[in-house]
Design a protein around this ligand. Structure first.
Ligand code: GLC
Length: 474
């Protein structure tokens, strides 16, 4: 079985969020299980020179973007045993960032079409093309409209994975002919609520739809979570399922992580304290081992639940606690945390950045990891926190609901609250702080957290089962 994994970002080449982690680790896990998996992504200019130097040019072809005929260079690179195809076109991808341009629709229409056009020119004939989020959602649409019936496309099946339903690729209908090249009589596949909706097109055309946790698969049938797509998903629900993401246990491993002050395992968990000390020193908080240190590593945006934090933060800071925040995002939250850090320098430390190395130091050095998301398709940070023995405090939604269980019953691995309510979160925080004060009980909880298995093993097998089912039954 051969799977071509199409993604707009993938670790270690280009990253803006969790999708890059998944695209960097699921193919590896598939390959370990003898599935031929390769990745295709754009060749952005922001990819490091070191990685660029390892790329080999295969050939150049021409890709249609409606009436345009665009250059498409195909490069190949091998990383961690996985073959990556990088799609070159400097007009589209020589930019400072991955997303956020006036012509993103055209850039990713080009990419989605290139995914199909390169197939006759590479030594890999996929049985399945696995697409991710709106940036690759046009691949199944184009496959159906323009390539069906032709070799080598005849039997190719598609999977469309939703990593976050909030981002759909919504544009005006003038794009139909000029950018997508879709004739009016076929417009129905991509139109939704009078807009061009890339994701809706992908959902409708793909053989199967998955999302990144079982709970989120249920939640997106509800208008509160679906950002308008519940009606279409309800009609397509027979081909929808949720498969929980894993994390890469080679990359996130406190025993070998070179970013942290002291390596440790569940057996040597007392060494975790050295990381706490190093973290407190690095971010300028008083070095104390008796105070619970709460870590936040997140984009600072509304759906991550920061309005709840904002609401009760000063009340919470009356307790003897420390909070370290790493992330960047909306001005409202950046300025709120900035002010809090100025006002309480002994309790709050803020780094407004995307800093993977400091993130690891927080996963290793904090005691409690706060993730009160309003919605969370899967969430990787809570799983990384568990692996580093930092106890997650989460709202029960999406993948957080599937991975974190309240320790109140003596068997869980974290602290949870259900309703999107600031005082429910505060209550859970107080419970966590109280739990922390009982050293013996806390150490048991830390060990239990570290022993949870969120590696790709189980989820990769579920994807393989799904691929096989599609190949057998269509
Ligand atoms: C998106 C989601 C996040 C998920 C990640 C990887 O970033 O918001 O919950 O873990 O994709 O699937």
């Amino acid at each position: 079985m051969k799977v071509l994994y199409a993604s707009s970002e993938a670790f270690p080449f280009a990253m803006s969020g969790g999708l890059a982690d998944v695209a960097g680790s699921l193919p590896k896990a598939l390959r370990r299980r003898m599935v031929g998996a390769r990745v295709v992504m754009p060749l952005y200019s922001c990819i490091s020179d070191e990685l660029k130097a390892k790329m080999v040019f295969i050939k150049s072809i021409t890709v249609s973007v409606a009436w345009r005929r665009q250059y498409c260079g195909i490069f190949e690179a091998k990383e961690n045993g996985i073959t990556y195809y990088l799609i070159d076109n400097q007009y589209y991808f020589k930019r400072d960032n991955i997303y956020g341009y006036y012509d993103d629709a055209e850039r990713f229409a080009f990419f989605a079409r290139a995914v199909l056009d390169i197939i006759p020119h590479i030594d890999f004939k996929p049985d399945i093309i696995h697409c991710n989020d709106w940036q690759t959602a046009l691949t199944p649409v184009f496959l159906d409209l323009f390539y069906r019936g032709e070799e080598p496309y005849k039997n190719i099946k598609t999977v469309m994975t939703i990593h976050n339903i909030q981002y759909q690729g919504l544009y005006g209908s003038e794009l139909l002919g000029d950018v997508l090249g879709i004739p009016d009589d076929r417009a129905g596949v991509i139109m939704y609520d009078n807009c061009v909706n890339f994701l809706k097109g992908g959902l409708q055309s793909a053989n199967r739809i998955t999302t990144v946790s079982p709970t989120y698969a249920r939640e997106i049938l509800d208008p509160w979570f679906s950002h308008g797509l519940d009606r279409i998903l309800f009609d397509l629900k027979d081909k929808l399922s949720g498969i929980l993401n894993g994390i890469d246990y080679d990359v996130y491993n406190p025993e070998t992580d070179k970013n942290i002050a002291a390596n440790y395992s569940a057996e040597t968990v007392e060494l975790k304290g050295k990381n706490k000390e190093a973290l407190q020193r690095e971010v300028g908080l008083p070095v104390r081992d008796d105070v619970p240190l709460i870590g936040i590593v997140s984009r600072l945006v509304g759906h991550k639940g920061f309005d709840l934090v904002k609401c009760v933060f000063s009340e919470f800071l009356q307790s003897d606690v420390q909070v370290v925040i790493l992330g960047s995002g909306e001005y409202e939250f950046e300025s709120f945390f900035h002010d809090a850090a100025q006002k309480h320098p002994k309790k709050v430390a803020l780094r407004l950045a995307f800093d993977p190395s400091l993130a690891r130091k927080i996963y290793a050095g904090a005691d409690i990891f706060l993730m009160p998301s309003k919605s969370e398709p899967c969430g990787l940070a809570q799983m990384i926190a568990l692996r580093y023995g930092t106890i997650p405090l989460v709202r029960k939604t999406g993948g957080l609901n599937d991975t974190i269980f309240d320790s109140g019953d003596g068997i869980g691995n974290g602290f949870t609250f259900n309703d999107y309510n600031a005082h429910d979160m505060l209550d859970a925080l107080y419970r966590a702080v109280k739990g922390y004060s009982n050293k013996e009980g806390w150490n048991i909880l830390v060990k239990r957290a570290m022993e949870c298995d969120n590696s790709w093993a189980k989820s990769a097998s579920e994807y393989i089962r799904l691929y096989k089912e599609i190949l057998n039954n269509g």
